[in-house]
Design a protein around this ligand. Sequence first.
Ligand code: C2E
Ligand code: CA
Ligand code: CA
Length: 907
Amino acid sequence: MGDRTRRWLPGLTALAAVGLAAFLNLLAPLDKAVLDAGTGWLERRVDSDVLVITIDARSLRALNRWPWSREVHARLIERLDAAQPRAVFVDVDFSVGSGDPAADAALARALQAPRDYPLILPAFWQNAGAPGAAGRVLTQPLPAFAENTHTGLVNIFPGAGGLVRDIVHRDRFGNRDYHSTGALLAGRTDLPPATALPIDFTISPGSFAYASYVDVLQGAVPAAAVRGKTVLVGASAVELGDNVPVPLHHTLPGVVLQALSYETLRQGVPVTVPWWGSALGLALWLAAWTLLLERGWRLQLVLCCAGVVTVLGLALLLQGRFGVLLPVGAPLVMIVISLLTGLVATADRQAVLALLARVRLVREQALISGVLRASIDGILVVDSDGRIRDANPASAALFGIDREALVGRSLASFLPALARTGGLTPGRRELRLTRGDAGCPVELSISPVEDAGGQLTVIVRDVTERQRQQALLRHQATHDPLTGLPNRTLLGRMLERLPKQGAAALFMLDLDGFKQVNDTLGHRAGDEVLRHLGRRLRESLPRDVRVFRIGGDEFAVLINGHQRRERLAALARSIVERVRAPVDCGDNQLELGASIGIALFPTHAGDGGGLLQCADVAMYTAKGQRTGVEFYDPAQDHSTVRNLTMTRALRGALAAGSLTLAYQPKIRLSDGVCTGVEALVRWTDPELGVVSPGEFVPLAETCDLIEPLTRFTLERALRDHARWCARGMDLELAVNLSARHLAQPAFADQLLALVDRHGIRPDQLELEITETALMDDPDRALRMLSKLTGRGIRLAMDDFGTGFSSLSYLKLLNLHALKIDRCFVQDLTRSASDRAIVASTISMAHGLSLQVVAEGIEENEQLEALAQMGCDLGQGYGIARPMSADDLIAWQQARPRSGGAVRRLRA
Ligand code: C2E
Ligand code: CA
Ligand code: CA
């Protein structure tokens, strides 16, 4: 059934029911019953001029016979004439002779007497012949009586229910109109013919004056009581049979009914609400009803009650106040039927909905119980006081007790900490579940059950495994898997938590030469060494001192609390000693050095990050100066304002091309011939002044400026070299290469392109690399460099002796020369061991067919000693300081062809 149809159906059904009831004439009794009830309510006394003279039991007794002689009536009329009433109606049948001609004559005389008020005698019609036969006959007073009187109809007909409610006031017989007695008395001859008009029973019969016939006849009633009155004379005695069934009063004497009919006309005849008024009301009802139908039966009931009250109230109001009669049957039937159909319709709908809801409920319940059974979590229903009401199978296993035994127990008896953690307040928390002697950590999720009088569901989940995993993850995140030591993350966290008022010292330890262990013995050996050293460090240090592994071969040591510098230095030195002790590694015994930088909190840095950085700087200083242990010294720190300023300035200088190159000659020690030059970059900043390449080259390496720097050096040096060639100077050109480039495979191609472009012979170009630069990633560097040496470019090992070169690499590198570091040359003439180192280096190099260059020759003795040892080339302030490209041309021209340098130094 469509929604629309269902909506309209109750209203339409009610309408049809009303139509049918009207058709079957079932509405009228209802109309009447309600009207009668209302009439009872509304009964009132009106200001009436009616005097009813009743032929009552007393009159009958007084005259002691019936019918009375017409002389009696004649006498009454004479009495009345004398009293001068407004009008008189005598309700006595004078249609046939009485059998007493003298009496009849006396009456006729009395009636014919002249009078100035209307005197009315009754007439009535009846059906002619058998009941149901057509045709009516009018029974009226004999002509002798009718002469000076009016004839008033007195017909009354009971309606539905056998009660008389209305009167036809005008009717036609032959070609003459007759009026009802009431109409004649009221002077209303204008009323519609053949139309029954209602009698207003709200007018109380008590409104009329009454007098007994015999009293009037005998003069007991004063003429004043009759004067000006509308007088109706008629029977009231029961035995005379002139009582009429009426609403409200059961019966009334016919004469009183006539009086009521007259008074009704005087007061105004009640009008019935026209059919369209009722129809409009019904339509309004239907609309309201249909609109509100969906709102459920309660509203329907309320609406119907309101409808009934309104209809009845309206009917009363209309009748009582305006004399308008409202037929209430139709609306009442309509309301009741629409209520019934509406209830049926909604009940039907609600029944279907209820059925669907039930089906859904059953399905949901099946699902829920399935979930409860299958869940591995314990699921409990708990009262508001914490007693377990129900539990799923998993709870039994979790609590280690039968399900039946679980019910009724207090939840808190299994979770001792429950009360402390907020009791049964909804939410989630982790607690410990006791189970006999043992127990396990559980997660508790408590949520209230809706509409269940404070009951709660409690989900209990065993989180043993989860906590174990979390602990493992936490440990893994903060510990080094190789040594088991805390890692950099944990160190960072502990440094963050350093107390503001406290003191602490941080050691940064870096192994010397560990790279070689990895490279020569393999990573597995390297790992073994680290594990071993880690254990050694942890075991050798006091408990309150914590050791961390924070990088490949970097360790950190954190000492909380204030310590004197000397004690810290002693501790650091002892650590270095512990590291130095030989480590067993397979068949080998290894000895490793270590450098430690120390930073103090809060003296050197006020936060963890700063402290780490300071310790790092100090460690590099210790490494660079090979002192083993160094405290942080701001003067050594490059990560300072000066460095930041310098970076910005260097970037500007590179962009502006304001760097220059200086060239330092190298001479052959055997004959003093200048065989080549080393290009050295120079920078004079307007603000910083002259900055040493020893300072800004490492800086450039850390901030991505090394590439433009190298490009500049190569371009400029190759250009200058081309100029010298043009002047017939045949010089080798040495250029320093940063460690960074060794890790860039593309660098080789870029450099070769430059060589091609500038037309230098590859064997005239020498690249100087340091041992340490090589050691970062030797294989990669080898690949890159072999591309260059493959094209004939030469390689020199710079600063030889300061790093940790392995001889095997020297071979693989395809080197051309070794440059003995300045520090060995410096004390050559004073230190026998330096002399030994230099001598063996030279012989070793020659063994490998390498040229040897000595750096930093400042004194003549050094030069001679080196020449004697067989060193091939020399370079140093004692020979020539670095100079510009032009100065170099002048310097070269000013020199004798050979042996000049040696001789001049000697001089
Ligand atoms: P290095 O390659 O060892 O260069 C030799 C350094 O020793 C130069 O210092 C030079 O001026 C200095 N020197 C030469 N003879 C003597 C002497 O008799 N006594 C003393 N005390 N020193 C002498 P400089 O020019 O300050 O360069 C320092 C370092 O800067 C160089 O050391 C080199 O590693 C780097 N460097 C210089 N120019 C460049 C460059 O263009 N590119 C790269 N990547 N590094 C460069
Ligand atoms: Ca060099
Ligand atoms: Ca050098």
